[in-house]
Design a protein around this ligand. Structure first.
Ligand SMILES: CC(C)(COP(=O)(O)OP(=O)(O)OC[C@H]1O[C@@H](n2cnc3c(N)ncnc32)[C@H](O)[C@@H]1OP(=O)(O)O)[C@@H](O)C(=O)NCCC(=O)NCCS
Length: 158
């Protein structure tokens, strides 16, 4: 497999929606304010927002199958937020989440003026917290909500 990022295409929406079967999963993926349930066709507009760019993780040799999805959101002042990170339910636990984050960070690091990456993660999501910690993200109080941890890392960090 050759994991790579590409821009999303309309047929990705159905796969992405199928990985978000309930409200709790949706909140952990996209945050507590993301509407659930949603129609598949609504996803692009629900995911659109100021400074947000969406990316699909695919196998470069079979790029029609969606393996993962994520967003980079420009927050200004050299800050870039990683958001809406998710791996296909069928492909979790085999390293793709790490590859997705590494590809995002590599892409973002190349942008001029980026000094810091941020993200938010639910406290009860140990898999995601472990992944982000291993990539150099650390918790930075205060929490935006009691159930969510704010994390960040500098762009110079490995
Ligand atoms: C969080 C998520 C993206 C991780 O993707 P993944 O492909 O399953 O993760 P990987 O296989 O790349 O594993 C990366 C790290 O996560 C941790 N991890 C993975 N599976 C784990 C498990 N079952 N238990 C504990 N930690 C685990 C480990 O630290 C692992 O690193 P290691 O293999 O070097 O020990 C994925 O579980 C997911 O899509 N979850 C649903 C959506 C979500 O919660 N997104 C997070 C939004 S903040």
């Amino acid at each position: 497999m050759s994991p790579a990022l590409r821009l999303p295409i309309p047929s990705d929406n159905e796969a992405l929606a199928s990985w978000v079967p309930d409200e709790a999963t949706c909140a952990r993926w996209a945050g507590p304010l993301f509407r659930f349930p949603f129609f598949v066709d609504e996803l692009p507009s629900l995911l659109a927002g100021p400074g947000a760019t969406s990316f699909a993780l695919v196998d470069a040799n079979a790029s029609s199958e969606l393996l993962g999805f994520a967003q980079l959101i420009e927050k200004g002042s050299g800050v870039l937020r990683l958001a809406r990170i998710i791996i296909s339910s069928r492909h979790r636990g085999v390293g793709l989440g790490r590859i997705l984050c590494q590809l995002l960070l590599a892409k973002a690091s190349a942008s001029p003026g980026i000094e810091k990456f941020t993200l938010g993660v639910y406290r009860d999501n140990p898999v995601a917290i472990s992944l982000y910690s291993s990539l150099g993200f650390v918790e930075v109080p205060p929490s935006p909500r009691p159930e969510i941890i704010a994390m960040e890392r500098s762009n110079s960090c490995g």
